[in-house]
Write a protein that binds this ligand. Structure first.
Ligand SMILES: [Fe+2]
Length: 484
């Protein structure tokens, strides 16, 4: 996109928000519209691909851009911004060479089959972040966590929990903290052994203590390699949705002629399987089946009587993947899903589904202090029709009963995953703020917008950055302020 070519009445597209941010910044946020609340103290971390181009080349998928963490720090009514790339081998070597040197989820090495034969995708550490057990981690489901210093965001290195994650084990970007124990529970697609038909697929599960020790592992056998990006966590259970997005024939990927992304497909003949895993035994205890579809991201889950109640964003296609393979294509559309609620009766085996909100939504978040127990409020990134809807351009606050407040951004502004931040004196669920990084396409700059969590029509302030932040995936809020 060229901002210079925009006419006076043209609305900029979302694509400028995918251009590289190659500079690493560190500065006080003093350009503030509105009043920064004094009852915010902590650090809002975000992760996402900071660049989609290297030299003259473009990555073959949004998921292959290099992970760049941002930290917005709040203390004593002041705010500070810092961004740093994760120093993976891919980042370091490609930065030096200014060309693509690693295969990705949807990126081939230039040079065809001979260059890609038997090459595995690199881990760009670009999807999510967590601070738990004293460790700040950058996460991508295709590899291991990368540890960073939470104050400076300086990369420490690949992280294995003292070798507990062995060479074969990957670690998803959507681990969750179990409220009652403080344990961090995560998973990764894996192999439990080899049989007559070849590798035996499984879901590896990991349970990490509040002190940061990986103390329990389990393997849930699968019939095929699961396409699981996220899972739901209640008090007693981890719940995995094996949906209609599946891996097709992976031989062309192994041989080097196709990417993994090329071979992932939506097969509408495959119903969703819902696998319920007991958190103590780390074994499958029940399985449900429902209509074809897929859940990419989950909201909260909790148990009530015999039921597990699970919020998730339902997709009935995977067309978005085509857009993600060419993020600068002006015709591409970044679609959302539909906010659904699943009631799984563990006694009768009956499953019931209801739609919670009719606004196209993704990236559900909530006050994680209520993870695993009934919450009343979920926030989402929305796609609304404001005449310029090629990316998330709104946020919603949805109550448990489905009462939705939707706030649309002005045309030319593009949003991201909104995250709840409790105020320092919070007493109830939505005492606090909703933070959202917004890309202003007119100025090619981003800002951190802060809304009242109990009334998102009330935007409290906007912290203006000196530059843009490429559209990101996920974030995490810690009430700690970290020393550099
Ligand atoms: Fe995600």
């Amino acid at each position: 996109m060229s901002l210079q070519t925009l006419g006076a009445n043209e609305i900029p597209s979302c694509h400028g928000g995918l251009e590289n941010l190659d500079v690493e910044y560190d500065y006080k946020l003093d350009d503030i519209e509105g009043d920064l609340p004094s009852d915010i103290r902590g650090t809002f971390f975000r992760n996402g691909p900071g660049r989609q181009r290297i030299g003259d080349e473009q990555y073959g998928h949004w998921f292959d851009g290099d992970g760049m963490l941002c930290a917005f720090t709040f203390d004593e009514g002041k705010a500070h911004f810092r961004n740093r790339y994760v120093r993976t081998p891919k980042y370091i070597e490609e930065t030096a060479a200014q060309k693509i040197l690693y295969r990705g989820f949807g990126t081939q090495l230039p040079g065809g089959l001979p260059k890609n034969f038997l090459k595995m995708p690199a881990n760009p550490a670009n999807t999510n972040t967590i601070y738990h057990g004293g460790h700040l981690l950058a996460l991508n489901e295709g590899g291991k966590p990368w540890a960073l210093k939470p104050g400076s965001l300086e990369t420490i290195g690949e992280f294995t929990y003292d070798g507990e994650l062995d060479a074969s084990m990957v670690f998803s970007a959507h681990g969750k903290v179990h409220t009652k124990t403080g344990d961090y529970i995560n998973f990764g697609a894996g192999v439990s052994g080899f049989g007559l038909k070849g590798p035996k697929p499984c879901i590896n599960m990991y349970r990490i203590s509040p002190e940061g020790k990986l103390f329990k592992k389990g393997q849930i056998p699968m019939e095929t390699f699961p396409f699981c990006h996220d899972f739901a966590l209640s008090d007693q259970y981890a719940i995995f949705y094996l949906g209609s997005i599946v891996f097709g024939n992976m031989l062309p990927f192994i041989l080097g002629t196709k990417t993994i992304s090329d071979q992932v497909m939506f097969d509408e003949s495959i119903p969703m399987q819902i696998v319920v895993v007991d958190l103590e035994t780390l074994t499958e205890v029940k399985r449900f089946e429902t209509d074809p579809g897929a859940i990419i991201h989950f909201g909260n889950a909790f148990e009530e009587g015999d039921e597990i109640i699970i919020d998730g964003m339902f997709q009935d296609n995977f067309e978005a993947n085509d857009t993600l393979q060419d993020v600068f294509n002006p015709d591409g559309r970044f679609g959302g899903g539909w906010y659904m609620r699943y009631h799984l009766n563990m006694a009768t085996g009956v499953l019931r589904v209801e739609q919670v909100s009719d606004t196209e939504s993704e990236f559900p978040t909530f006050n994680t202090a209520l993870a695993g127990s009934r919450n009343n409020v979920t926030y989402t990134a929305c796609s609304v029709d404001n005449g310029c809807n090629s990316f998330f351009n709104g946020i919603s606050r949805v109550t448990f009963d489905g009462d939705a407040t939707v706030v649309a951004l002005p045309p030319g502004y593009y949003g991201s995953e909104p995250l709840f931040v409790p105020s320092t004196n919070a007493k109830k669920e939505d005492d606090g703020y909703l933070m959202e990084v917004v890309y202003n396409g007119f100025e090619h700059k981003s800002e951190l917008q802060i809304y009242r969590a109990d009334d998102i029509n009330d935007q409290v302030c906007s912290l203006k950055l000196k530059h843009h932040v490429p559209h990101q995936f996920h974030g995490f809020y810690s009430p700690e302020v970290f020393a550099i």
